[in-house]
Design a protein around this ligand. Sequence first.
Ligand code: KIV
Ligand code: ZN
Length: 528
Amino acid sequence: MNPDTAAVAREPERVLIFDTTLRDGEQSPGATMSHAEKLEIAELLDEMGVDIIEAGFPIASEGDFAAVSEIAKRSKTATICGLARANLKDIDRCWEAVKHAGSPRIHTFIGTSPLHRAIPNLTQDEMADRIHETVTHARNLCDNVQWSPMDATRTEWDYLKRTVEIAIKAGATTINIPDTVGYTAPVESADLIRRLIAEVEGGEDVIFATHCHNDLGMATANSLAAVEGGARQIECTINGLGERAGNTALEEVVMAMKVRGDIIPYSTRIDTKKIMHISRRVATVAGFPVQFNKAIVGKNAFAHESGIHQDGMLKNAETFEIMRPEDVGLSQTSLVMGKHSGRAALRAKLKEMGHDVEGNQLQDIFVRFKALADRKKEVYDEDIEALVQAQGAAEDALELKFLRVICGTEAPQSADLTLTIDGVDKQVTAQGDGPVDATFNAIKALVDHSARLQLYQVHAVTEGTDAQATVTVRLEEAGRLASGQSADTDTVVASARAYIAALNRLLVKRRTTAEGSDTRAVSYKDTV
Ligand code: KIV
Ligand code: ZN
């Protein structure tokens, strides 16, 4: 018995958390992460208590293969899973990557609904044979095999039942039921799992999993309903990252089970105090800021604005809070440090916030912290978090050295900018429609590129006119997407740095694509 099956056999009320931030989440347009970022997120997921990490789709590119292999090698407690379409080549490649893990898993899938069967043009019988052949092959390589009938919730019941039985007979140990297009609803989600467990031959010997997308905003409810119906694995992503409206959000299902254990009596292994930190890291590295009113991890999730609410909170926090901010890793103290705080105090504060930084990295944050404390009266946790998230990487080719803008009611606005490019300073003055446009034009004049600005977003980190602005920039060039983020009390400086950060990542992508190591050769949507 593989460790995942054994865990559920031991504790029938235990729900396995299968995180697919690095596979389904990373597939969402613009969310691509670098190799180092994938390793970092995998480590955080492992430490947080995720049971299974879907680390990528190894056949998709050399980059995906390398990331899954490295994550497998570094894994501590989690099972490491890779995705493979229903063909032997994909499955072999997946095994080559995951086999390094202490606990590896192969996840293979095929689209079983009429719409998906039509794409490879397979008859029901031909597809049934393919499922038997591929799951058998995967099981010969690995004793932990997950099989998914993609678009299960739009597959005819008889055919779904037939294919699930074939996969179980061929050796699948987990059967995942994807609601690929977010089409199902809670009652149906629970019934489908209940019926599969009751009617499928061998159904009682495997773990049923639920994998919901959020197109109708019901992913969390559908996942929890599936658990009610007997599913013992929830597939989810941090912040609900994923294509279109995203996947089930890990933080939502985990906290729902924790807070409403009275009516949702299931447990997970997740250390919920680590939620906030990983949420912020995923938002930064994927370049997908979290919406302010997002459940659990949104900036306003624990903020109380109205007089009645604030009054109630002061008398008894339970009047308007159903969970404590500390339970998800939000520290209670908001005013933390000032310009007299030293490096040791900053290190301790960072540690308390979940960042273990030392050496050059600590020094870099410290220098920027001091500069901020000189300019800003009060430095809050949120400010320090923004400093951490806005760090450049040592290998960056471009660095902002100097920026002065002229703006106001009289056009033209202009930017005088110096960039250090591969160690050499280059200066230019450019005009534009406003200070940000002028600054971006100046950067474009110095760095030759044809990237299109896909996203430009500004948020105030804290209250007050001296608040830092966090800026996110996403660029697209020849199908390659890259995001950058920065924070500063000067919005134009933050914008310039975010743009430069995105360009630095684009340059890396250009290079790796040219070397052939990160071409998205195949799409998981081509199911065979
Ligand atoms: O949504 C989906 O169907 C998937 C499968 C590959 C499991 O992500
Ligand atoms: Zn999916």
